[in-house]
Ligand binder design. Structure first.
Ligand code: EPZ
Length: 427
């Protein structure tokens, strides 16, 4: 069994480099399927979700040259199948992007219903609505999604009923090679949505408005290969290290990030009493006092990201006063609160609201990582807690954080990666 053992408390100090954005990369890899040629990608995070995506692409006929752990050339000249095995796609959520991209190339596509973190109901009705608007027929049966088209997809107006990252990206992917103009309204504006549109435009797609409420895609008949595209830095990994610096009353320079993307997190850290200095591509976070209390409501970008609320809760666990987190994206994102209670946190969650009363100290305990971001929060709690925190179920964490153990160790944390009782220090 894999686990992390975090021996606290510690004060994080030093510099950390942020990796490429998971949620951009998991869309850009399938987007490469739209071109019958090569795409050279840089700053690809080396995480298990990405390795799973390479496996899927190779199963379809992609030839991948692994230049370094963060750089690949994907050659999709000869894709020979649009049927993706249940075993490969059911493991993670972002496999749904294969529908949008393969529909640009094939008349019939089959994937299994996507898996991913358990955050409550995760419907894909808005993805289906977008594909159907463009002329595809979608059938969901026996755990699989079947998408078919009898002719080239045709551009159309699409109004999304909910602001969805995945449906926005899938609508863009399927409209890229469609005939005519698609206007997508009520779209997600997350940095990774913009990065996917920039990547497609670098291949010759005609996408305007990514990052605003309305995106216009003028369909093209083919795309060109990409000689070099560098994926943006990960907003949530950046935020995770910023919060960890503040929680441990440390002083950390978070490098290779985009400060503009961090504004909702920066604002809350300042409200909590941290000092945040922004530079061109780095952010320094330091803190030297007990956090003040604050409240958060998660919202689509540029609101406070749902993927940062578990990490931010650790500041509230130790704050002076009482804070509140309202989760408005996912119905079941507070499973981690029971784990924090084991560490001495005064935290209670009812439905989509958590109330957290600050305590003086957290204490190390065996805790479980319920999902990717909850797992990161458990590590942060372990860094500040007195004693040893054993974090299990860490496959979730390894899905989305590159070298997390090494990165925290580099900042002075005492953290070990243990697999089958064999200890690996993370230096
Ligand atoms: C993306 O998930 C991210 N995953 C999630 O990141 C993130 O939590 C989420 O966006 C919100 O920011 C990837 O990018 C791979 P949504 P996604 O569609 O696209 C509802 C992480 O830790 N909805 O924006 O699946 C849905 O139920 C993760 O990295 C529908 O009703 O999320 C939710 O309430 C986990 N119908 C809301 O929209 C649909 O067809 C937003 O979901 C689609 C979504």
């Amino acid at each position: 069994m894999e686990k992390f053992i975090v021996r606290g408390p510690c004060t994080l100090k030093g510099e950390v480099n942020i990796s490429g954005a998971k949620n951009a990369a998991v869309a850009i890899l399938p987007a490469t399927l739209l071109v019958r040629g090569k795409c050279h990608l840089e700053n690809v995070p080396d995480i298990s979700d990405i390795r799973a995506y390479y496996e899927i692409l190779e199963s379809l006929g992609s030839k991948i040259t692994y230049i370094s752990k963060n750089e690949v050339i994907i050659d999709n000249s000869e894709i020979n199948s649009a049927i993706v095995s249940y075993e490969l796609t059911s493991k993670f959520r972002a496999s749904y992007y294969l529908l949008g991209s393969l529909l640009g190339r094939f008349d019939k596509v089959q994937i299994s219903l996507p898996g991913g973190c358990n955050l409550g109901a995760r419907p894909i009705d808005q993805h289906i609505k977008a594909f159907e608007k463009l002329g595809a027929t979608i059938e969901v049966k026996s755990g699989n999604v079947y998408a078919t088209r009898t002719e080239r997809l045709k551009g159309a107006p699409i109004f999304l009923d909910v602001v969805s990252v995945g449906a926005t990206i899938n609508a863009i992917l399927s409209a890229t090679l469609a005939e005519g103009i698609t206007v997508i309204e009520n779209v997600a504006k997350e940095p990774h949505v913009v990065d996917v549109a920039n990547f497609l435009n670098s291949m010759g797609a005609k996408i305007k408005g990514a990052g605003t409420d309305s995106i216009k895609v003028t369909g093209v008949t083919s795309l060109e290969q990409v000689s070099s595209y560098s994926i943006i830095p990960d907003q949530i990994e950046t935020g995770t290290f910023m919060v960890a610096a503040a929680v441990t009353k440390g002083d950390v320079l978070v490098k290779n990030c985009i400060p503009k993307h961090m504004e909702p997190i920066t604002a809350k850290l300042i409200e909590a009493g941290a000092t945040v200095e922004e530079f061109e591509s780095s952010i320094r976070v330091s803190m030297n006092k007990r956090p003040s209390s604050f409240s958060i409501k998660t919202m689509p970008y540029p609101g406070f990201p749902t993927d940062m609320q578990p990490q931010m809760s650790i500041l509230l666990c130790l704050c002076d006063g009482t804070g509140m987190i309202v989760e408005s994206i996912w119905e079941s994102r507070f499973l981690y609160t029971d784990e924090l209670a084991k560490m001495g946190a005064d935290i209670s969650a009812h439905g989509t609201t958590a109330i957290i009363k600050g305590v003086d100290k957290l204490y190390g305990a065996p805790v479980k990582s319920h999902d990717l971001r909850a797992g990161a929060a458990m590590i942060i709690a372990g860094l500040v807690a007195e004693g040893d925190t054993e974090v299990t179920n860490i496959a979730h964490i390894l899905r989305g954080y590159e070298d997390i153990c090494q990165k925290f160790s580099g900042l002075g944390a005492n953290i070990e990666y243990v697999v089958d009782d064999e200890v690996n220090t993370c230096d």
